[in-house]
Design a protein around this ligand. Structure first.
Ligand code: HEM
Length: 179
């Protein structure tokens, strides 16, 4: 990963961090977008699949809001660990990925999360979110989700009781389909 890629991501993330209640704002916005793209994933948080994501029941759910903020905090932690602590970061992400397979998260949710992340960053950053910045975020998200998918697939494959199932390659995000 190049210096300019990391720099683009860190700089734009700093802008996000200056927003009031940024963890809640970005996390809730991101999961609202994510649930629109993957409605059945709402059931993991105990919501009905057809519940409107803008319904107050979703937006005031302490569990939903707490997780939305956990996601953002995780991204923040991960960005702080990029570079010198790469190995330690990988271990953390592999562990979280494995836990998510147990929570019922499907492998295809990871690229959707990436799309939701790009979309929420774009909404909040406006013109600052150039194509170059977008590409940098996709590269960083792909690297982070690669480790989560690795941990996830170890548990999910066993769970699905299908030794031949290959999850990893097709669930990497292809930036060409994001534009
Ligand atoms: C890249 C994507 C994601 C990241 C970085 C992330 C991050 C986290 C973190 C840090 C935790 C708490 C600690 C832990 O369990 O180790 C957590 C818990 C959890 N996550 Fe995620 N998450 C992601 C995606 C998802 C998705 C897509 C779902 C389901 C739709 C989900 C469902 C849960 C659940 C059910 C918990 C357990 C806590 C609870 O039941 O409220 N996560 N996540």
């Amino acid at each position: 990963m190049s210096f300019s890629t990391i720099n683009n991501v860190i700089e734009t993330w700093e802008t996000i961090r200056r927003m009031p209640e940024w963890e809640k704002e970005v996390g809730v916005g991101l999961f609202a977008k994510f649930f629109k793209m993957e409605p059945e994933a709402k059931t993991i948080f105990g919501f009905r699949e057809d519940l409107d994501v803008t319904d107050y029941k979703v937006l005031i759910s302490p569990r939903f809001v707490a997780h939305a903020m956990q996601f953002v905090t995780m991204i923040d932690r991960a960005l702080n660990m990029l570079g010198p602590s790469d190995e330690m970061l990988s271990e953390v992400l592999i562990d979280i990925g494995a836990k998510h397979a147990r929570y019922g998260v499907k492998p295809e949710y990871f690229p959707t999360m990436g799309k939701a992340l790009v979309s929420v960053l774009s909404s909040n950053l406006g013109d600052v979110f150039t194509m170059e910045v977008q590409e940098s975020w996709i590269e960083v998200y792909n690297a982070l989700s690669h480790d989560m998918i690795k941990g996830h697939s170890e548990v999910y494959t066993v769970k699905m009781n299908d030794a031949n199932r290959q999850i990893e390659p097709q669930h990497q995000v292809d930036s060409r389909v994001w534009a």
